[in-house]
Write a protein that binds this ligand. Structure first.
Ligand code: SF4
Length: 456
């Protein structure tokens, strides 16, 4: 059975110094984001515009998708539609086969992660090389990415050095980032030159021009797409914006929210294939229409995958991306994943303190913490809790709904904690105690104290 978030977080937390380092590094990026956002006086206005543009597009998604398709075809792009992950994978495999190719390069695309494209192609004997540095590191280690913007953020340079030594033959014990990056660059250059087909994701697709935009910091998407004869772009249908004039709102928000940079190093527009070349775009639903039809969750489709909600989330920072056991981790992943498989991902909306920090930083103003809370209600209604949690919730509801029962229970709990603590604080029966020492229970409640002393 698949392990749950809390169990996987415990594995990550076993290395305390690593957990602290992960927490501090992501918080440093969050602070960079804050400084960058505060440099723009109209930041809040930009967020509102971005949210409104996305709301408008989502309300008219059918119209804009058809407009995009018409214009893309007129530009010479081949447009494909995929209902789900299986169709997405089959379409891409079909294009690869038609072109008689066995080695492809792929730049970062969370959609292909969501659809498990790499595994599918590997099963067909097609070699896929991820060309984003972080993605290549985790691919060499046979691991999934742990963050949507920083896929290898769970690794320190010493571990990367060890992996590169084993897989790329670099010098043992040389942890110098410049040396390691340069080795990765040489290794990837060869793959770029050999590859006849490149796969990229899509950050934004513009309906009125039929073009799409890919943002990277390493230029790896451009290198792949320009060197290969065939370019396949995989795009979730929510990536649309109506027109080019809206693009600036999103590009100003994206890089600042992601890493605190003013703009991504490469913001490349793909509109028409060069002579003798082909561009395919695969428009993928995979549960997005279902989300669109749910008032409480449709706003999550506004997400531009900046990762800001990850960097600020106290739970993500201290539990690591792999503990979310899905392609997209963090707060937004905990909203998107239950839509794909409620039973398998029912634990994720609980991996949050509901502090609201994610909603505060989100550049498109998604009410993330409210949606996590809504999912908890859906999960409770559909009885996707374990028996223990269901019973404890029922007991808690009874206690909290009656002042009399609450007072009696409080009195009993204080007595037990003082006189028989092993009943409550045994770590094996009460996970709350695993990382905590409780203060000594007081003799009386605040209410009892207030009744006695409130008139003083
Ligand atoms: S939900 Fe908002 S903050 Fe999180 S990745 Fe998406 S756009 Fe960024």
């Amino acid at each position: 059975m698949k392990k749950k978030h809390a169990e996987l977080a415990e594995v990550f937390n076993a290395d305390e110094s690593m957990t602290d380092w992960h927490d501090e590094t992501l918080w440093w990026i969050r602070q960079k984001r804050d400084r960058s956002a505060h440099n723009i006086p109209e930041w809040e206005q930009l967020r509102q515009w971005a949210s409104d543009i996305k709301a408008h597009t989502l309300s008219n998604l059918d119209y804009y998708l058809e407009e995009f398709e018409r214009n893309a075809i007129a530009n010479g792009i081949k447009v494909h539609w995929a209902r789900d992950a299986a169709e997405h994978n089959a379409i891409i495999a079909g294009i690869i086969r038609e072109n008689g190719v066995s080695r492809v390069v792929k730049s970062k695309s969370m959609l292909t992660e969501e659809c498990h494209l790499n595994d599918h192609l590997k099963d067909l004997g097609i070699e896929v090389v991820d060309t984003d540095l972080g993605e290549r590191i985790v691919q060499l280690r046979d691991e999934p990415p742990s963050h949507i913007v920083l896929p290898a953020i769970h690794l320190k340079k010493e571990e990367v050095s060890k992996t590169f030594h084993q897989k790329l033959g670099t010098e043992l014990g040389n942890h110098d980032p410049v040396y390691l990056t340069s080795a990765a660059r040489d290794h990837l250059r060869e793959r770029f030159i050999e590859a006849e087909l490149a796969i990229t994701g899509v950050n934004f697709a513009v309906a009125n021009t039929g073009e799409f935009v890919v943002c990277t910091n390493e230029g790896n998407a451009d290198m792949g797409a320009h060197l290969a004869k065939v370019h396949i772009a995989a795009m979730g249908i929510e990536k649309l914006i109506p027109s080019q004039k809206h693009l600036g709102v999103f590009t100003r928000l994206l890089a600042r929210s992601a890493t605190g940079q003013p703009i991504t190093a490469y913001t490349s527009h793909f509109r028409t294939p060069a002579r003798g070349r082909a561009i395919h775009i695969v428009l993928v639903d995979n549960g997005r229409s279902r989300l669109l039809g749910q008032e409480d969750f449709r706003n999550s489709l506004k997400c531009i995958r900046c990762g800001a909600c990850f960097n600020t989330c106290p739970v993500y920072r201290r539990s690591g991306g792999h503990s979310y056991h899905t392609a997209i981790a963090g707060p937004i992943g905990s909203i998107l994943s239950p839509n794909l498989d409620l039973k398998a991902n029912a634990d994720l909306p609980f991996a949050s303190t509901l502090c609201g920090s994610c909603s505060n930083v989100c550049p498109v103003k998604i009410n993330i913490h409210e949606q996590l809370w809504k999912w908890r209600q859906v999960i409770a209604d559909k009885k996707q809790f374990g028996l223990f949690k269901r019973l404890s919730m029922r007991v808690t509801a009874t206690v909290l709904s009656s002042p009399f029962v609450y007072r009696i229970t409080g009195r009993m709990a204080r007595w037990v904690l003082r006189n028989w603590p092993a009943m409550i604080n045994r770590k094996s029966i009460n996970p709350w105690y695993k990382q905590r020492e409780m203060p000594e229970a007081p003799k009386e409640s605040f209410r009892e104290w207030y009744v006695k002393n409130g008139q003083l």
